[in-house]
Design a protein around this ligand. Structure first.
Ligand SMILES: [Zn+2]
Length: 134
């Protein structure tokens, strides 16, 4: 009497050279992980086991997920860069950028720190930022 053991992997394609992540015992769990990784497929492995738990057959079935595009993460990073000496830093919070600039401009008189905002793949400069907060 054979029985079947099933487990799930998240994978990024159905190609031979694919990235797989897992295993998971449940499909829901695998789907959650696939979504997190941006993987578009699940792979269901079925091991057909004999009485003494020897694998007699391995079946695998790809299941394509219809991922809704991940919500655009509101990732905004602030880059400060000194126009005078070129030292730069990255910040998550505007106030950290300001503190960084304050310290830098305090330690190096006449240096001028510029601020850039990076969202997704775009980088734009925020002009006159030091004047507006003063
Ligand atoms: Zn500087």
């Amino acid at each position: 009497m054979a029985y079947i053991e099933t487990f799930w992997m998240a994978c990024d394609s159905t190609e031979q050279l694919r990235a797989e992540y897992g295993p998971f015992h449940g499909r829901a769990e695998a789907e959650t992980e696939a979504a997190r990784l941006g993987f578009g497929y699940l792979l269901r492995y079925e091991h057909v086991l004999s009485d003494n738990e020897e694998i007699q057959e391995v079946r695998c079935v790809f299941i394509e997920l219809h991922l809704t595009p991940a919500p655009i993460a509101a990732v905004r990073r602030l880059h400060t860069r000194c126009a005078t000496c070129g030292v730069s830093s990255v910040h998550d919070e505007p106030w950290r950028a300001e503190v960084w600039a304050d310290i830098h401009e305090f330690e190096h008189s006449r240096h001028r720190v510029r601020l850039f905002e990076q969202t997704q793949s775009q980088m734009r400069e925020i002009g006159n930022w030091r004047d507006s907060v003063a």
